[in-house]
Design a protein around this ligand. Structure first.
Ligand code: FES
Length: 156
């Protein structure tokens, strides 16, 4: 009787020991996993800021709004330039003026002239102009990561 009870006691002690070490190992691994997760930045990576468009001859004279990139491609003869369509006040999408001579923001009334310089309203800065290049296959590419002066054109 005593030996049976001693064997049960030993088995119980063994399982308690295994359970204890298992729990300790689990807690250790969980804390390691938490620490490893903390080392990985919890951010989204920037989307590609290069926007490939059509061939130059496929755009009409004047400004064409490129909705997926929220920018305007402006053609004047054989020259092209691109300007952001994102208002520098609070980020609304600006609209082309009906006379085709600048932009305005429908949210709080900011006004921008033909070179995207602020002429009225709360916008603190001009709309940025972006580098326009030609790809190897002859299509226009706007690089929104590369801001240029308003008078920088791509001549095709
Ligand atoms: S977001 Fe354009 S004026 Fe406020």
């Amino acid at each position: 009787m005593n030996s049976m009870s001693g064997a049960n006691s030993n088995r119980r002690d063994f399982f308690q020991l295994v359970l204890g070490w298992g729990a300790a190992l689990f807690a250790f691994c969980a804390s390691l996993a938490g620490a490893a997760r903390f080392m990985i930045p919890n951010v989204l990576y920037e989307p590609n800021q290069r926007c490939k468009l059509l061939k130059p001859e496929e755009y009409e004279e004047g400004a064409t709004f490129i909705a997926e990139s929220r920018l305007f491609l402006v053609r004047k003869g054989n020259t092209f330039r691109a300007v952001s369509g994102v208002c520098t006040h609070l980020g609304c999408t600006v609209l082309r003026n009906s006379k085709g001579n600048g932009f305005h923001c429908p949210c709080h009334g900011s006004q921008f002239n033909e070179n995207a310089v602020v002429t009225g309203g709360p916008a603190p800065r001009p709309l940025p102009w972006y580098l326009v290049e030609l790809s190897r296959d002859g299509r226009l590419v706007v690089n929104a990561a590369h801001v240029v002066a308003a008078d920088k054109y791509l001549v095709v």
